[in-house]
Design a binder for this molecule. Structure first.
Ligand code: TYD
Ligand code: MG
Length: 465
């Protein structure tokens, strides 16, 4: 028998080290090395290579030929189906990541019940909660009567034996991948080796039987349980379930999808009876808006294929500190620094003596550079104390030269704004034809200076009256 070798695997990046160290050489993280025994697989040493069997040639084939359309099972929960690209794909594995307590189990319980209601065989395996707890949740969600099959189990071999019996399930939900352990790997549950080996076994099961497998993974902010990051490479699709503490809405974001578009989002609201779909997210994010306050600008954004309007709030206040504060929630801080620098360098707006706070309302997170223009407008508005028009939306990317660059999907953004009653827009000079009601209320500055002059000009117009 091969001698068991001990190795230390970084729980952050998966690199194997021969001896323990406080810091991982590969990724630079501290305190992430954990002892894991191995006598097989990668790192198993020459012994396992020697005993390996001889390879068998496989038939090579061509790119052309018959393909089956990815067969999907749609849940009927619109926002979930949108994020997955039309439903769970048979024979594929999907990872849903998110902070603990965000609502992953709730979402999947609802999805399982919806699918079971459509006549599919659904197996829900929980390694975290006892059957009674899951039943309690199902009661709360009002789906206790559904035909979902339930198990509380953590051993992969046992799970595979269970679902291998009887009719093949259409969907298997594993909640969560961190709790699983397999006989093959001899390290503690939750370690990279265990998570990776368990995920591999389940993915192999999905590919070979044609059942869809959903893996739940907790991702902590500190990256303590790093398993899911390793799994991301192995699965066909990765969704993140996000939300801010104190806010009820949750966003299901697609970050990888081998069978559909990424950057799609599904929006939900957590209520006392589970997750409710939010078909029109703009109304949710603009819900608590106070018209006519300085420092607020509405950004017309795009998430995947869907326009989303959100309010960007800036507060620029005189600073008593040597180095003024810059704080950002919901946006990139380097991006804020860039917009501030362009305003200082090209538009003569000075922030050197001011603290700057930027917040995206409703706990929403923006990743588009198209928000630059709305951020700049909010900043100038707060600094000057001049409120921006309440019925105006902003979008456009700012380049370092101070020019305003066009962004994609201008028509879609304008249409959504119009639908929600906005009458004006500030947007880049673009290739697209202006049409619709906003057409006449559109302002298309070539540079950021034009916008600053316009906002400052509103003061002159006011004093002239
Ligand atoms: P859960 O799905 O257990 O989170 P996760 O699986 O991601 O760890 O959801 C936990 C939170 O959701 C918990 O704080 C309670 C809340 N919740 C509701 O607000 N309403 C509900 O109907 C349910 C079932 C949960
Ligand atoms: Mg859970």
């Amino acid at each position: 028998m091969a001698k068991t070798r001990v190795q230390f695997v970084c729980q952050n990046c998966g690199t194997a080290h021969t001896r323990w160290a406080g810091k991982c050489d590969a990724c630079g993280e501290w305190n992430t090395l954990v002892e894991e025994g191995t006598n097989s697989g990668i790192g198993g040493g020459p012994a396992s290579i020697r005993s390996a069997r001889k390879g068998r040639p496989v038939t090579l084939t061509s790119l052309s030929g018959d393909i089956e359309d990815a067969p999907r099972i749609a849940s009927g929960i619109g926002e979930l189906d949108r994020a997955t690209g039309g439903g769970f794909v048979r024979g594929s594995a999907l990872l849903i990541g998110g902070d603990p307590g965000i609502g992953k189990s709730t979402l999947l319980t609802q999805a399982a019940a919806a699918l079971a209601g459509r006549g599919h065989r659904i197996v829900y395996v929980s390694g975290e909660e006892a059957v009674a707890q899951i039943r309690l949740r199902a009661q709360r969600l009002g789906v206790a009567g559904s035909s979902v099959e339930l198990a509380a189990e953590t051993n992969v071999e046992d799970i595979l034996a269970t679902i291998g019996e009887g009719k093949r399930p259409d969907l298997v939900i594993i909640d969560s991948i961190q709790t699983l352990w397999t006989d093959i790997a001899d390290s503690a549950p939750g370690t990279v080796t265990q998570v990776r080996t368990s995920a591999q076994a389940l993915i192999r099961y999905a590919k070979s039987t044609g059942a869809a497998v959903v893996l739940v993974g907790h991702v902590t902010k500190e990256g303590q349980i790093a398993g899911p990051r390793v799994v991301e490479h192995m699965v066909d699709a990765v969704l993140y379930f996000e939300g801010e503490g104190g806010h009820h809405h949750r966003i299901l974001r697609t970050v990888k999808n081998r069978f559909g578009a990424t950057d799609e989002i599904g929006v939900f609201e957590m209520s006392d009876k589970g997750l409710r779909e939010v078909a029109n997210p703009s109304e949710l994010f603009l819900g608590e808006r106070h018209a006519q306050a300085p420092g607020a600008a509405v950004f017309a954004g795009i998430e995947g294929t869907r326009p989303v309007l959100v309010e960007i709030q800036a507060l620029v206040a005189p600073s008593t500190l040597g180095t003024p504060r810059r704080a950002v929630v919901g946006w990139d801080s380097p991006r804020l620094a860039m917009v501030l620098a362009v305003l200082e360098a090209h538009c003569g707006v000075r922030f050197g003596q001011h603290d700057v706070y930027l917040n995206v309302a409703g706990g929403y997170r923006i990743s588009e550079p198209a928000a630059d223009l709305a951020v700049a407008a909010a900043l100038v508005s707060s600094l000057t104390g001049l409120a921006l028009p309440a019925d105006c939306v902003y979008f456009g990317e700012i380049s370092l030269s101070g020019a305003i660059r066009p962004v994609a999907h201008a028509q879609q953004r304008l249409k959504e704004a119009e639908k929600l009653g906005f009458g004006q827009a500030v947007l880049p000079k673009g290739s697209e034809e202006m049409s619709g009601a906003i057409g006449s209320g559109a302002f298309q500055p070539a540079t950021l200076t034009d916008l600053v002059v316009r906002i400052a000009g509103s003061l002159r117009r006011k004093t002239d009256d």
